[in-house]
Design a protein around this ligand. Sequence first.
Ligand code: CAA
Length: 270
Amino acid sequence: MHFKEYSTILVTHEEAIVTVTINRPQALNALSSQVIDDLGALLEVLENTREDDGGWPFRGVVITGAGEKAFAAGADIGEMTAMTPDQAWKYSTRMQAITLKLEALPVPVIAAVNGFALGGGCELAMACDFIYATSSASFGQPEVSLGLVPGFGGSVRMQQRVGPAVARELLYTGRRITADEALRIGLVNAVLGDQDELLATVRTTLAAIVEQSPAAVAAVKSTVERVEGLSTAEGLAIEAESFRQAFTTADMREGTRAFLAKEKPTFPGR
Ligand code: CAA
């Protein structure tokens, strides 16, 4: 599929993987209103595109940043300095809606962080299923140094990712951390040498996911999202429903049949 040209993001589609590159390297890929509009328009296209048989043509999404320096250095400070409180609320909620849509996609979304992931950039990365980073990447929520607070999900997702104590320290100090520290606290899954190694590792992981049942991967993602923050009993009830639902899928019939026949499954994807 060929995507239209957006003014602040580049979009490619190769072997069922959509790669989105935030493309404002001169501003370290800061998330301006235009970036938010472009991401919103792209997500609408992704959500509404179907194959002839009604299936979804994408199996994974990668988000990265253009240039050598940044994934995204945050919300656009130049724009924010002139915003009224109500405009700021709109800016925040528009980007938050995008983060929720990324979480609702039925395929994995991986952040390939190739430099600064600060403020809104770190928040965008945390809205992805997981994060891989280059060794020169850095992370942080420096909003307090600007008299600001996180607006694209950091107050919620940082503690989900690294636990409340470490999250509070990072949010209150605004401290920037290296990729290695981000790995140690569980914010990123892996640290790779450079951009090439980063993208190769993302591709290897996606290839491993693409071999699995698409229906099951979508169901696991949706279940993991829905149980977040619930009590154990509530979470288990949702998991049991998801388990029940799996038994209605052609993928489950094929996966279990192929196992017993000692064959490789060919998943129909539904
Ligand atoms: N918004 C707008 N422009 C930005 C930007 C941002 N978040 N970050 C960098 N830029 C611009 C700089 O103004 C500069 O532009 P000019 O060349 O026109 O001067 C250009 O990008 C290059 O930046 P630097 O010269 O500052 O590059 P550096 O290598 O010296 O420093 C940096 C890099 C440490 C990341 C530094 O740019 C920086 O601290 N940026 C701001 C990071 C930040 O505070 N992010 C959080 C924003 S608040 C937020 O995101 C709120 C929220 O949760 C929604």
